[in-house]
Design a protein around this ligand. Structure first.
Ligand code: CTP
Ligand code: MG
Length: 245
């Protein structure tokens, strides 16, 4: 495979919903910062990849010792997550080619499993567009009237919750994010920018424990997930490549 793999990790947010003293990527989880866990998982799956880490330029908490990659650089975060990712693509432009794959993964998802990461990349390489880890919606979905009363129950058939990583070839991702910005579209993930071009990113079923630490209770939950993952028996060889429904 001649094209390179780039990992873009947006870690320049403030964690407002978390309401902690530190941005959530720096909170301690099982004895290490959240960001260090996330980078370790990515490195286990893709040791040869090149990393671009989006950091707030005013942030002095980051420690390069958390980065296990041999080839990595940092880029300045932007106002919104999509701006941070766009800047990262600019920061790698000198070395990256339009055909290179870029996987974007939230710093705040430290529980992503190595086999899901590898299955995602294998699936993307078969797809002309790219795609994302996602899980089918499990709960019954309610639509409110704006005043916390239910107006109807939405059918959940065919509904998925988007996770990260989300991966696309660099040229396509840059075009999608540039166009979303030019048209003033608000996007919260890469896939929605690509969808707006009329393309259909592939949904790759991932495990539900790839949570994004967002609210205060999520940090303890992530701690339990990491402990449970450590205690799991190792999966049978080959099992990790099965597609889940
Ligand atoms: N992120 C970023 N640059 C921004 C905003 C977010 O790099 N301007 C990163 C965050 O650090 C996080 C990921 O994008 O790893 C997902 O965003 P989110 O969960 O919304 O994190 P925050 O923006 O930090 O949290 P909040 O929205 O609650 O303030
Ligand atoms: Mg945010």
């Amino acid at each position: 495979m001649s094209e390179r793999l780039w990992l873009v990790v947006p870690a320049a947010g403030r964690g407002r919903r978390m309401g902690a003293a530190l941005p959530k990527q720096y909170l301690a989880l099982a004895g290490r910062p959240v960001l260090a866990h996330t980078l370790a998982r990515l490195h286990q799956a893709f040791p040869e990849a090149r990393l671009c880490l989006c950091l707030d330029p005013e942030d002095d908490r980051f420690d390069p010792a958390w980065v296990p990659f041999a080839r990595w650089r940092r880029s300045a975060g932007g106002d919104e997550r999509a701006d941070s990712v766009r800047r990262a693509l600019e920061a790698i432009a000198d070395e990256a080619a339009d055909d290179d794959w870029v996987l974007v993964h939230d710093a705040a998802r430290p529980c992503v499993r190595v086999d899901d990461l590898m299955r995602l990349l294998a699936a993307l390489r078969q797809d002309p567009v790219g795609g994302l880890l996602a899980t089918p919606v499990a709960d019954t979905m309610k639509r409110d009237d704006g005043q916390r009363h239910v107006v109807r129950t939405e059918p959940r058939d065919g509904l998925w919750q988007a996770q990260t990583p989300q991966g696309f070839r660099l040229g396509l991702l840059r075009r999608a994010l540039d166009e979303a910005r030019a048209l003033g579209r608000e996007i919260t993930d890469e896939a929605s920018a690509v969808e707006a071009l009329g393309l259909t990113p592939r949904l790759v079923p991932g495990r539900r424990d790839n949570i994004k630490i967002t609210h205060p209770e999520d940090l303890a939950l992530a701690g339990h997930i990491l402990a449970a993952q450590r205690d799991e028996p190792r999966s049978r060889p080959g099992h990790e490549h099965e597609e889940r429904p």
